[in-house]
Structures are given as C-alpha cells and as structure tokens.
Design a protein around this ligand. Sequence first.
Ligand code: ACO
Length: 448
Amino acid sequence: AKNVGILAMEIYFPPTCVQQEALEAHDGVSKGKYTIGLGQDCMAFCTEVEDVISMSLTAVNSLLEKYGINPKQIGRLEVGSETVIDKSKAIKTFLMQIFEKHGNTDIEGVDSTNACYGGTAALFNCVNWVESNSWDGRYGLVVCTDSAVYAEGPARPTGGAAAIAMLVGPDAPIAFESKLRGSHMSHAYDFYKPNLASEYPVVDGKLSQTCYLMALDSCYNQFCKKYQKLHGTQFSISDADYFVFHSPYNKLVQKSFARLVFNDFVRNASSVDEVAKEKLGPFSTLTGDESYQNRDLEKISQQVAKPLYDAKVQPTTLIPKQVGNMYTASIYAAFASLIHNKHTELAGKRVILFSYGSGLTATMFSLRLHKGQNPFSLSNIATVMNVAGKLKSRLEIPPEEFVETLKLMEHRYGGKDFVTSKDSSLLAPGTYYLTEVDSMYRRFYANK
Ligand code: ACO
C-alpha cells in the first residue's frame, strides 16, 4: 500500500461551552489570565447526557454516513482515550454496536491509553496495519475521545471535550512520511490519574510544562537526525509548511514553536535569519536545564518566532482555542483547524505534528498532503467537518452552571442505578446521548 494515511475525518464537540472571559470573572483571577495568559477563548464540556462513549458513537456514525462508508469495509478500529469509564471494557466495544448491526464483527483493535498520547498510538497502529502483511484490504478507523475536567483551581480553565474519528487507508490525501518519526519516552509524574474514585488528574502544572518542552526538544532532535540520514541535508523549520502541536492551552503552543526556532538557532540551521541570531545570541551558552527556566529566553524567542508562528502555526489553533484541551483529540483538532482554514492551498505541503502525553510519551511525525479525490479530498473533509457551523451553533453556559454540572458529574462518576434527564434539546440531530446507567453499571444511549 502506498501513501497510507488519513482518508477522512469527522469531529464532534459538545454544544455546551463556557467563555474563558466569564470564567476569569467568576474565578476571581486577574482579567486576561485565561484569555491572554493561557491564550484560550472558550471551553466545551459534557453535560450529564454526554460522555466519551456518546461522543465517539456520534463521531463514528457521522463519519460513516457522510463519506458513504459501508460499516463492513472497516477491518480495524482503534480508540485513544484517557477518560476511564471502565477499567476492563474498551470504548471500542461500545462502538461495535454500530458494526454488529451490519453483520461486521471481524474488526481488530482495542483502546490505547497514555494521557493525551493514546490517539497517536491508535493512529500509528492503524497506519502500521495497512502498511503490513496482515492488512486485509479494508479500512482502519481511529477514534480519539476525551472529556478533560480538572478539580477547582488553576488547571480547571484548561479543560475541554471532543471526539475525532479518522479513516485510514492507502492513497490518502493526508499521507504519512513513515520514516520521519522521532519519539521521546520516559518516566515522570507530571500529570497522572492514580485516584480511581475520581475523574480528575493529579497534576504538577509547572513540571508538566517543562516535561512537554523537554520532550519536544528531544523529539525534534531525533526527527532532525532521521531527516538528515534520509535526505542528506539538515532539517530546519523552513522544510515544513505547518507545525501542529498537542494543545493543552494556546500559550504552550506559542512557547513550543519558539523553542523549535531556538533549536534551529543552536544547531545553526539555515532558517534562522540574522536578526534572530543576534537576539538569541546571548542565550547560546545556557545549559538545557537553564534554558527551560530562563524567562528572557522564553520572551525573546517568542518575539523572534512571531512572524513564522503567524504563518506556520496560527492556522492550526482555532479549535483548541475555542474548545479547550481535548486530550487525545487535541492535536488532531489542531490539524482539523488547519484543514478548515487552508484546505484550498494545502496540496503538496508538509505538516509536522508533535504529540505529547504526560507520564510521558511523545512523538514528532510528518505528513504530506495531497488534494485527494472525492469523497476523500481535503475540501470534502473541510465540508464534512463543518467547523464554523459547529462553533456557531454552540450555547454559552454561565460559569455557575458549568461548576454545578461538574459537581453533579463528580457525584455520578463510577456510580450506578441512575437515569439522566434524557434532555437532548441542545444536541444536534444524530447525536448520541446517555439515558441510563442501571444497577449492573450497564450504560444505555439513545440517538437524537
Ligand atoms: N493577563 C495576561 N497574562 C496573565 C495574567 C493576566 N491578567 N495573569 C497571568 N498571566 C499569564 C502568566 O504570566 C503566565 O504566562 P507565561 O507562562 O507566559 O508567563 C500565564 O498567564 C499562566 O499563568 P500562571 O500563573 O503560570 O498559571 P498557573 O500556574 O496558575 O496555571 C497551568 C497554569 C500550570 C498551565 C495550569 O492551568 C495547569 O496546571 N493546567 C493543567 C496542566 C497542563 O495543561 N499542562 C500542559 C502539558 S500536559 C497536558 O496536556 C495535560
């Protein structure tokens, strides 16, 4: 199989959201902390009728329908998620309801979990399967689904929720450059979920930022080495058209791209201009550790990187800024933003993605885009995803109601024997929603 990659995409996020500006006022933090400081505009959240299973059912059903895919054509289904509803039963098995109806139970794959990285692991599994000897000629399907919620405090505004479904196969408009991958994996306690009675993570915010940037540097270093081995020339930012980052909040994406510019400067790569060299010069002697803590370097490298950021990163930031951290779906929602914004001019472009999951696992990899042919074309993917339409039809919920909802969900988490309001009035037609969890913890969903 050639040009294996993503043929089709669909994204779903809850229509219920809270404005970051309203949340700042409600939380009593200084004005601008969430909007400018974190760089976030709005945050989606699940009400009591939605969860990671309902969102993924919606995304998968919609993808199959809108691209005209017969459920029998799916041979592998992989889910990435870090939202634990059941410690044994995979989210994938809930999605099998869609395929069983059509007589297809011959579908490999289960769930992958490591913080925000599970979706990338699932995607690599599907791409590797199509590229392998065990491929049976059918499509792979990858689903990233998460509800990111934090306990009250500074991390709460970095929540979000979404599900993304991606169809994988050969001759894709979004093709993997499979040899161009650099990973960094190590042991860290930056963000983890050891308390099985709570949906909330334990998070060391500052450590998680440093871990993210260290993993980024290491992946970029590996990636550049592999590029040089393969192409015989040094890689620099100028060799790619767009950079897509896992996006816990936009400020970290700004810092990350600036970090790549600093890396190019240190390696003396060709993309760094004279002005940048002069401005970054004073920082060239910092050790790695010092460079992560140096506030001047952070500020100046962001300034230097700004024009390149506007061209190569800004078009990828829309959905993460509007929906928040979607954990496993976050990086693919950033990529979806690029398709939404630029689908007419992406043919032939190279896009570099950086996936990060706390704990920690990270990979930088490369995609090459092609115009594609309907229904698997970049423009049709943009049409199907209808990002602008979905963002516009959302309902802003006051912070008080958002906080109330999270309290109710804390109470419900791990619970049994309850029925929900079954209120689907805010949901678009075709959306799945939770109706009941019975005395055996079995979950029931309806489709609007
Ligand atoms: N106007 C403008 N900017 C402001 C204002 C204001 N009124 N107030 C603060 N800021 C700026 C700060 O200067 C800082 O920006 P800087 O880093 O460029 O200096 C930024 O806003 C955030 O302020 P902090 O005081 O650093 O925020 P705090 O420590 O309270 O919380 C944090 C931020 C740590 C990210 C927290 O939200 C968190 O723990 N989130 C979850 C963990 C996370 O997302 N980690 C990322 C990688 S791991 C993952 O994906 C889950």
